[in-house]
Write a protein of this length. Structure first.
Length: 308
């Protein structure tokens, strides 16, 4: 029963998103719950890992470097090209580039966990891209748009430690000491994570209902293309580098899923509400597309996919 409910999480995400769009008022008041829910998911994720998993990733810095390079090379450029292809207004193009120039976010780690990808690599890439974003994000926005921005370094690093590193470290510590005893808990946590991420998606939809309603089909199409191209090019780039399937999945998710919340905050602070629209829509869409992709990959073992 638990496995069946877990496998159906894209359905729950879509249904709950529709509910949140129709009845946003109650869910919008739960914005305070997003961080605790993400921390809970990260703790459960940590209980599937051991210190040896991180040691193995640390032995392959080239993989992390390649993944982060693909992320910062692909996503801002794709955002610019999609904007030009669809002839979007300048502020929407700026918003797409800004989303693309942001680092990976917590959602990518959750989706990697649900997709049976390389979770330790995902966390390492998110950490490295967040640190590099202090320089990379403003540099890329300036390069492609000629606009200057200040990145909130302290708050980004604080969120990284609070939401990702500490809960994962706590879960990994417990799993390393009491792995055999924690088996039943580990079996339940994928379902707990599904419930939590579905609720997070619902709250995000509720908070952005007006933007979704007024954003228009064109900007939504741009966001969808931006995300899907990032996922596809991330996976393709990883396979060209001859990475195994689990790591290719990880790079696809890390490249295609961005810290769109940061993009919204930077757009509102430095540009305009219009420039924040792509980030707000991206925050909803990439959770839905990531959930669908994780559902598909969770049903396929990495060994089932062609090695290429």
């Amino acid at each position: 029963m638990i496995q069946t409910l877990t496998r159906l999480f894209p359905l729950w995400a879509l249904l709950f998103s529709a509910f949140a769009f129709a009845f946003p008022d109650g869910l919008a008041t739960l914005s305070w719950a997003i961080v605790p829910l993400l921390m809970l998911i990260m703790f459960g994720m940590g209980m599937t890992l051991t210190w040896a998993d991180f040691a193995d990733v640390g032995k392959r810095p080239a993989v992390i470097g390649a993944g982060v390079a693909l992320q910062f090379l692909i996503m801002p450029l794709v955002g610019l090209l999609v904007g030009a292809l669809l002839r979007l207004p300048p502020e929407w193009v700026l918003g797409l580039v800004l989303v693309g120039a942001c680092p990976g976010g917590t959602a990518s780690n959750v989706i990697c966990y649900l997709a049976r990808a390389d979770v330790a690599l995902s966390i390492a890439m998110t950490s490295v891209s967040t640190l590099l974003a202090v320089v990379a994000t403003p540099l890329l926005v300036w390069l492609y748009q000629g606009q200057a921005i200040d990145v909130p370094v302290a708050s980004m690093l604080g969120s990284l430690v609070k939401i990702i590193l500490l809960p994962v470290a706590a879960g990994t510590f417990l799993n390393s000491l009491f792995s055999a005893r924690l088996g039943p808990v580990r079996n339940v946590f994928p379902l707990v994570s599904v419930v939590a991420i579905v609720l997070v998606i619902g709250v995000i939809v509720a908070l952005n209902r007006e933007r979704i309603a007024t954003g228009g089909l064109l900007v939504m199409l741009a966001v969808v293309l931006h995300n899907l191209l990032g996922l596809g090019l991330g996976y393709g780039g990883a396979r060209l580098l001859r990475l195994d399937v689990a790591r290719a999945r990880t790079l696809a998710i890390e490249v295609g899923m961005q810290n769109s919340g940061l993009a919204v905050a930077l757009a509102v602070k430095h540009f305009s509400a219009g420039a924040a629209l792509p980030g707000a829509l991206f925050s909803v869409w990439h959770n839905l597309s990531g959930s669908l992709l994780a559902w598909y990959w969770r049903r396929r073992n990495p060994g089932d996919e062609p090695r290429g």
